[in-house]
Design a binder for this molecule. Sequence first.
Ligand SMILES: *[C@@H]1O[C@H](CO)[C@@H](O)[C@H](O)[C@H]1NC(C)=O
Length: 280
Amino acid sequence: MASLKTVLYLGVCLSAWIITYADEKVPKAENVRWVSVDFKTVLHWTTDPSDYKYTVHYASNEGEWRETLNCIQMSLTECDLSSDVKMNSTYNVKIQTEPAIEYDDYSDDLEEYPRSYSPPFNPFRETNISAVKFTVAVVDESRVNVTITDPLSGIHEGKKQLSLRDILKSELKYKISYYKFGSTGKRDFISNSSTAEVSQLDAGQSYCFMVAAFIPTRPKITQQGAWSAQWCTPGDEPNLGAWVGAVVILLTVLVIIILVTVLCCKCCRQKDPSQSSTPV
Ligand SMILES: *[C@@H]1O[C@H](CO)[C@@H](O)[C@H](O)[C@H]1NC(C)=O
């Protein structure tokens, strides 16, 4: 009799547990992924809509979990970690689902709630580098100066927004690619600094330049940033002169043709017998 009671009791417990579990599916952060450009680093995830909150912790090089600055008990499914993950180390992130209510005994309660982990991420190796801005100034017939603006990063130090140069220092180089307008051969070279002189250009020719950040200390696939827009120097004036000349010649020919046609018609009309027979 006692054993039957036990079985019944167990059954009731089990069904209660199943009902509770089915009713209250605690959501978990899924598809956790990093999106990072110029050290502006945001963690994204997806989840089923619910009243649950998420708290994000991070750890560098498998160290202790640390609380993030901005992502505690939040309902959003993204977390800006730019100010947390800014050293040259590999970071892991933990997203903990938490009940919406306030509670005191933090660590004990949370064991029952699900958590997810991000793939490891190192901003120094993996942040994407956006297209840079630059100008080209003609020095003389065969030389130009390329001046590149170091892009700003997503990291602030006090009030100052750091540039990529502030962060990467001498590791930041630029790839400069150029070609003579109208030809297919491209030349590339790497500049260590944000200004570079390009020499041995053919006098009087138009050249087009493009620039991309280049970080040779990174793995191959992330070494190069996005290509900038193209900047072309003007060629020599003879080109323009030739165009103007061609247009002038074309116009002249056109005028001559019209004149000749008109004159011919006049001649023909004068020779017309019906007109010449008119009495004077
Ligand atoms: C960098 O850009 C590539 C190509 O757009 C993208 O697939 C990758 O996820 C980006 N990486 C980060 C960390 O944002």
